[in-house]
Design a protein around this ligand. Structure first.
Ligand code: PMP
Length: 360
């Protein structure tokens, strides 16, 4: 069967080249006579795979040497808890910005560990925009400021890095990491689940500034302590070896394709293709403020929601899958991560036009 255009929000489409290479190396990784899945994580083959993945990521994101890169498990959801456990450093409160479903989950998790100061919220307009940083009520005594760079469900994305002075900035970049250049030195900590722009589910990337390590008060249990993983080069226990290997292949693919800056151009063009069409018709609608629209996740509704099932069925028949919106918002959502080719977005827009002409 031909491969589909997969608009899933995650786990999501991976570059076909990467899958082909992983398949070609499945039984014998580069003359080792083994699959990566079968290797000891402490053997020299796998250690070289992990080191290469880390150095590629450092190069792609320009990660300063004063930051550790950790390859963890537990998803971004575990980071909702590891962040307060490690970064409160004995302080009673942290600032959070609420831009939608994922920030809300992070806030709820943090509430078990500290006073959460809601520095800003987009609730008044149903989470369809990013509150202007000038209006944030930041607490200068906060242990850190947390925000979600891209709301995967609502389709709201920050276009700028907030300014928080000396208070460490913490960011959930799960659904837009590597989609645009970012200045890592502006952050205390960045985390991201891998299953959107990086690789297979099961791997979570944490990038953390050295001075924030080992300050959890009381010290977190070993597995919950970033320092444990940093001191052990992410091999305190068995890491998700195959996921790290595939992530390394994806990093290589990004480098070969011009790096993150080149990807940003492609992502901006793909998103424009879809939003320009959405704005040209009243058959479909995207509720997000134009300047805050996500380049990665594009939710939209049909004017007549009774046509949703027919729309999805027609899309599937044309090889376009996973367009159903999140259960909490309904409608449709097209996730167009790094690995989604422009042809996929063009095919979707063509189909949307055709469907609107037929049923409008
Ligand atoms: N944050 C964001 C922005 C997400 O999109 C997701 C997953 N869709 C999560 C956190 C939770 O990630 P995980 O399922 O890896 O715990």
């Amino acid at each position: 069967m031909a491969r589909v255009h997969n608009f899933s929000a995650g786990p999501a489409v991976l570059p076909e080249e990467v899958l082909a290479q992983a398949a070609a190396e499945m039984l014998d990784w580069r003359g080792s006579g083994q699959s990566v899945m079968e290797m000891s994580h402490r053997g020299k083959e796998f250690v070289s795979i992990a080191q290469q993945a880390e150095s590629s990521l450092r190069e792609l994101m320009g990660i300063p040497s004063s930051y550790k890169v950790l390859f963890l498990q537990g998803g971004a959801s575990l980071q909702f808890e590891m962040v307060p456990l490690n970064l409160l450093r004995g302080q009673p409160s942290a600032d959070y910005v609420n831009t939608g479903e994922w920030s809300r989950k992070a806030i709820k998790a943090a509430g078990a560990f500290c006073n959460v100061n809601l520095a800003a919220t987009a609730e008044d307009r149903n989470f369809t925009y990013v509150p202007a940083p000038a209006d944030w009520r930041l607490n200068p005594e906060a242990a850190y400021v947390h925000y979600t760079a891209n709301e995967t469900i609502g389709g709201v994305e920050f276009n700028r890095i907030p300014e928080t002075g000396d208070v460490p900035l913490v960011c959930d970049m799960s659904s837009n990491i590597l989609s645009r250049p970012v200045d890592v030195s502006r952050f205390g900590l960045i985390y991201a689940g891998a299953q959107k722009n990086i690789g297979p589910a099961g791997l979570t990337i944490v990038i953390v500034r050295d001075d924030l390590l080992g300050k959890g008060q009381p010290p977190p249990a070993a597995m919950m302590n970033y320092k444990t993983h940093a001191d052990a080069d992410s091999m305190y226990n068995t890491p998700p070896t195959f996921a790290i290997y595939v992530a390394g292949l994806v990093f290589h693919w990004i480098r070969k394709n011009g790096g993150v800056a080149a990807l940003e151009q492609k992502n901006a063009a793909k998103a424009a293709l879809l939003y320009d069409y959405l704005d040209s018709t009243d058959f479909y609608r995207n509720p997000v403020a134009k300047e805050d629209r996500s380049r990665m996740n594009v939710p939209f509704t049909l004017r007549d929601s009774s046509l949703d099932e027919e729309f999805l069925k027609g899309a599937r028949a044309r090889g376009m899958v996973q367009l159903k919106g999140h259960r909490s918002v309904g409608g449709m959502r097209a996730s167009i991560y790094n690995a989604m080719p422009v042809e996929g977005v063009a095919a979707l827009v063509e189909y949307m036009k055709e469907f609107a002409a037929r049923r409008g």
